[in-house]
Design a protein around this ligand. Sequence first.
Ligand code: G3H
Length: 535
Amino acid sequence: MTATPYRIVKRREIPARFAPGEPISRRDYLLDGALRTWNGPTQDVLSPIVADLGSGPAHVVLGSCPAHDPDTGLTALEAARKAYDEGLGDWPTRPVESRMACVADFARRMNERRDEIVRLMVWEICKSRKESEQEFDRTIEYIDDTLATLRAMRDPSRRHVEASGLAAVLDRSPLGVVLCMGPFNFPLNETLATLIPALVMGNTAVVKLPRIGRLLFWPLMSCFAEAFPRGVVNIVSGGIELARPLMSSGHVDVLAFIGTSRAAEALRALHPRPNRLRCVLGMEAKNAAIILPDADLATAVPEVLRGAFGFNGQRCTAIKLIFAARGIAQPFLEEFANAASKLKIGLPWEEGVNITPLPEPGKTAFLDALLADAREHGAKVVDIPGRPAGALDDAFFAPTIVCPVTPNMRAFREEQFGPLAPVAVFDDVEGADGPLRAIAHSDYGQQASLFGGDAEQLSRLATRLRNLVSRVNINCKCQRGPDILPFTARRDSAVGTLSVEDGLRAFSLPTLTVARQTPANAAILDVLKRKERAF
Ligand code: G3H
């Protein structure tokens, strides 16, 4: 602990449902169809929350889990390869209905562990109780929708084509072994939103758990073990170094990674046959909100507030830079600061809490450094009535607004991923110094939000912005959901597209069986159409 804790929790303040039990010390992990025991080093899992549970204030120890070595990672990769067996294994060749049944069985088992997983999420990453429950429920819904969508995609009317005297049966076939690495902020949802489509399409997987938010996967180990055949899912836990030899081996066919572009670049560069590697990547973003002169502040302020400070700004889709037109900047800042003064700073189980401890080590110091840099270059902290600004300790960071930021400041360019809202002021939205050009020059290109009242102008700007980012939100915050919509981005923000349907496509290849429509082939064509089993 480097700073005096802002909040020291007493045992009596913790609701019974979230009462810290004995630390959960896990040595089991899923490898080649069995829960094995790890005899090597383990890593303590600490909560960002400081509590005095009887022996003085300290970060609450939630438990420990294996710190796997690279050899274990390679053994897991070997198990996934064996189950895939060059595309001829039982899993990639079995009827898709059978794989769908395994996924449905997994979802049913997972649902039974809801309370445990939510409780661990609350303690480990300090996501509020409500948002943790939402993440869990959204993930179950994602799995259900994936199965329903796959069923619809298999409709014969979409798969049988006759043209130029040929009859074709269209399929989608798996790609191979997937290395799946989710992030700390949506550890459950974003890991399973890649893993489940990958599995149901016939791939096998090694999952490397997120570096923060990993203990919450232990209730799922037995669900995976019971629902999926041997070797189809293998789960290891450790740092990024665990992934390196897997990539260098050349035996990872798909890298599904949500994290920083630097880590993604380093990992994919290790693959010795890059043409054989498919990447599905979700990386940093610097989503902008543009407040036009005629914006309705009663709409814009609450949307920007939720966009910038929802889950402490730790959403890849958060609003991370605000551009306010000069004429409206002052009233916008006043209303934004007033709204921010009502955000409740507290613990994740508290009713109505908005700002909770940040789980990344060193995060509040990083945010303070962005703030100091902006101030050095001439920006000012906007007064939020009755509130401090910046770091409160090494986990709490008060919602902070800084203005005017300019391109020479780090807060203008770098992803903050925390409750720091930089505001820039502009004169001409399409001018050389305006927001459109700034977005075009950014390393990132995920989404933008436009706030204004002139339909013609909004439409014109949306058309232009869609060439710079992948989704333009009119008079509402940026967000990924609903999950049926394509989620992608430009430049260093993403590779590939996810959504319920796009996820199934991302982890498969369109393949087809074709025969000439001759009398001699009639019987074959009939069998192909009726009995085509693999998807
Ligand atoms: O961090 C990225 C999440 O997928 C955000 O999801 O925008 O729907 O809250 P959301």
